[in-house]
Ligand binder design. Structure first.
Ligand SMILES: Nc1ncnc2c1ncn2[C@@H]1O[C@H](COP(=O)(O)OP(=O)(O)OP(=O)(O)O)[C@@H](O)[C@H]1O
Ligand SMILES: [Mg+2]
Length: 219
């Protein structure tokens, strides 16, 4: 089993969206458990709206301290994905999750105000743990072609932070998904949904490749 934390101390950058949609994408080929340790419990509400079409197992409202034990108890899963809180006062929760994780995905939206908290999360909480991690660019505007290149350049050259090649564009399908109880695996593939489905499918493939390369002995 591999434990993947979806983290960023900046709120609203897509942690919950990435956790749920990546959980769905990975569940096409792998056994997935999604765990929520965020007091906001956004995944719980989303999961309730999905009801019996949830393609992965789900454990909401978890104390982060149970993660290490979950790894031992639930070796049957290939991936355990953890949605984490995006607030500074919940830093201890995030730290406990990162201690138990093999890999961190740092969701980042292309906004100036997201930069400092994201860098701080990586520098203070992730790098000291010497764990594999990558930024996932989220809410890239499909109508602004230069945006993706500009943010990739910032990450690669200016900041020197590892990132996934795959990224998520901004789509109404994504914004509507929690309230409609949708996931990329439950919506019909049509011209409204194809972009979002393709994006997360690429992220799933890249993450499973990356994570397969991390550490040995706990798989
Ligand atoms: N790729 C996307 N396209 C469109 N909307 C998106 C996308 N990603 C996220 N959103 C929307 O942005 C908002 C914030 O996303 P989300 O709740 O996933 O962020 P978060 O990091 O979990 O927030 P918090 O820190 O509060 O837990 C939500 O309304 C979500 O639907
Ligand atoms: Mg959230």
């Amino acid at each position: 089993m591999r434990v993947i934390a979806v983290a960023n101390q900046k709120g609203g950058v897509g942690k919950t969206t990435v956790t749920m949609q990546l959980g769905a994408a990975l569940s096409r080929r792998h056994r997935v458990l999604v765990v929520d340790v965020d007091r906001q419990q956004s995944t719980v509400w989303w999961s309730e709206n999905i009801r019996d079409r949830l393609p992965f197992d789900f454990a909401g409202n978890q104390n982060p301290k149970v993660l290490t034990r979950m790894r031992e108890l639930h070796a049957e899963y290939d991936f355990l994905l953890v949605d984490t809180p995006g607030s500074l006062e919940d830093t201890p929760v995030l730290e406990t999750v990162l201690d138990a994780a093999d890999y961190a995905i740092v969701s980042l939206t292309p906004e100036a105000l997201a930069v400092e908290p994201t860098m701080r999360t990586i520098a203070r909480l992730i790098e000291p743990r010497q764990m594999r991690h990558a930024v996932l660019l989220n809410r890239i505007d499909p109508r602004i072609p230069a945006q993706l290149k500009a943010w990739r350049d910032l990450l690669d050259t200016t900041w020197g932070i590892p990132r996934l090649d795959a990224y998520l564009r901004q789509y109404k399908t994504q914004a509507d998904a929690p309230v409609l109880g949708h996931l990329v695996t439950t919506v019909r593939d049509n011209r409204h949904t194809a972009g979002a489905i393709a994006d997360i499918t690429r992220v799933g493939l890249e993450v499973s490749e990356q994570v397969a390369l991390t550490g040995i002995g706990r798989w």
